[in-house]
Design a protein around this ligand. Structure first.
Ligand code: ADP
Ligand code: ASP
Ligand code: MG
Length: 401
């Protein structure tokens, strides 16, 4: 049972989460609970770090921002004990959960489950801090924003749990973000592939890596509300007879930044140099376009990265200038990526046309496009993000699924 920040936002909510756990224990289930930091607390910690230095050392950043989870774990354990449930809290290093050295976006390498299993055998509910791990050199790491989802799925996989329930502030996965699109509809089921696309295109209800893990380790994953008792959304495998004509959802992400490098000499190896240097700094590049040139001597290369990587990216690009000899570069953080996702795209032509026409009819300019087998994404100005998401939701009939 994983509880997100809003589900642990204050003492009353923490007590309610404890009652929910007690209910599962009373059914005879053995429970491990993974917790996030109390709502807003990770943001506050990040703010503190940035107030001291924008170019801080990533490992110390992790030391600071991993602490919110420890507070929740202790509080939830205390709440359980007060209602007569045996429990114990565990931090990432205590198990340990070992990760690579990529601070602030580390990946889990291994979870030692011995202590956890002993705790469960002793009849305790184990409460685990999500989002954090430790390197081989005993340095604390974090798994990227929203990383408690990944911790929960990883623990479920390591323990071969029957289920991994993600308790959050909405009662499942919707056709779009219910905060933006009021008439979005809860989906009873969604395939791992579709969920993966929705998450990676901005639906933060599940961290993308948690979906990848669940898919690879066959974890039975469910998203449900911690505030009511309605059924949630099951993430399921695609079956042969499944309806393949549908669009499942519209996702958006405002945490994007667009960079354009102008007048890159048009010869082999330049893109490899640019994207290689960004990869070396663990900067993930998402959409890419390279403009063709009239005279064939130089091109402009545009790509998107996470807004939080912009300071590091700027440094990487400046360092490349003497080698590549481009003329200049520009950055724009006022962009949003909007995506249409659905298995139906594999078989149903015309989805892209419908998407682009809808945006054109609303006078929304498309800056970059990228596609996969089951997704079309466009980059637009942030001024139009809500308009784009809402109208696309209507045009694809998602209020009626
Ligand atoms: P938690 O604190 O539980 O981890 P998050 O804020 O990380 O919660 O994720 C839940 C939020 O995800 C919801 O409040 C909702 O605004 C947002 N969200 C975005 N897209 C979707 C979607 N397609 N379905 C459900 N929720 C979505
Ligand atoms: N507390 C962390 C965050 O805000 C991890 C999580 O919520 O999953 O990103
Ligand atoms: Mg989350």
């Amino acid at each position: 049972m994983k509880f997100g920040g809003t589900s642990l936002g204050d003492v009353t909510k923490i007590k309610a989460a404890a009652v929910r756990i007690k209910r599962e224990v009373s059914k005879g289930n053995k429970v491990v609970s993974v917790v996030s930091a109390m709502a807003g607390s990770t943001n506050k910690l990040i703010k503190l770090v940035n107030e001291i230095s924008q170019t801080h050392e990533r490992s110390e950043y992790d030391v600071v921002i991993s602490t919110g989870e420890q507070v929740s774990a202790g509080l939830l354990s205390i709440a359980l004990k007060t209602i007569g449930v045996k429990s114990r809290s565990w931090t990432g290093w205590q198990l340990p959960i070992t990760t690579d050295e990529l601070h602030s976006k580390a990946s889990i390498n291994e979870i030692k489950t011995e202590k956890l299993k002993k705790s469960i055998e002793n009849g305790e509910v184990a409460i685990l801090t999500g989002f954090q791990g430790i390197t081989k050199e005993n340095k604390i790491t974090t798994l990227g924003r929203g990383g408690s989802d990944t911790s929960a799925v990883a623990i479920a996989a390591a323990l071969k749990a029957d289920r991994c329930d993600i308790y959050t502030d909405v009662n499942g996965v919707y056709t779009s973000d219910p905060r933006i699109v009021k008439n979005s509809v809860k989906l009873n089921n969604i395939t791992y592939e579709e969920m993966l696309e929705l998450s990676s295109q901005g639906a933060k209800v599940l961290q993308t890596r948690s979906v990848v893990l669940a898919m690879n380790y066959n974890v039975k994953l469910q998203v449900l509300s911690s505030f009511d008792n309605l059924p949630g959304t099951m993430i399921i495998k695609e079956e042969n007879d499944m309806e393949k004509t549908k669009i499942s959802g519209i996702a958006y992400s405002s945490n994007e930044a667009k960079i354009t490098i102008f007048n890159v000499p048009d010869n082999p190896g330049q893109a490899a140099k640019i994207f290689g240097a960004l990869a070396d700094e663990a900067i993930n590049v998402d959409m890419i376009v390279q403009s063709s040139t009239l005279n064939g001597s130089a091109t402009d290369i545009t790509f998107t990265i996470l807004e939080s990587d912009i300071i590091s990216a700027r440094e990487v690009i400046e360092n490349l200038k003497p080698d590549i000899n481009f003329s200049s570069f520009s950055e724009d953080s006022k962009v949003t990526k909007v995506s249409v996702v659905g298995n139906g795209m594999r078989t149903k032509p015309g989805i892209a046309k419908m998407m682009f026409e809808t945006l054109a009819n609303n006078n929304i300019n498309i800056q970059v496009i990228s596609t996969s087998e089951i997704k079309i994404s466009v980059l637009i100005s942030s001024d139009y993000s809500e308009l784009a998401v809402r109208t696309l939701h209507d045009v694809f009939g998602l209020d009626k699924v």
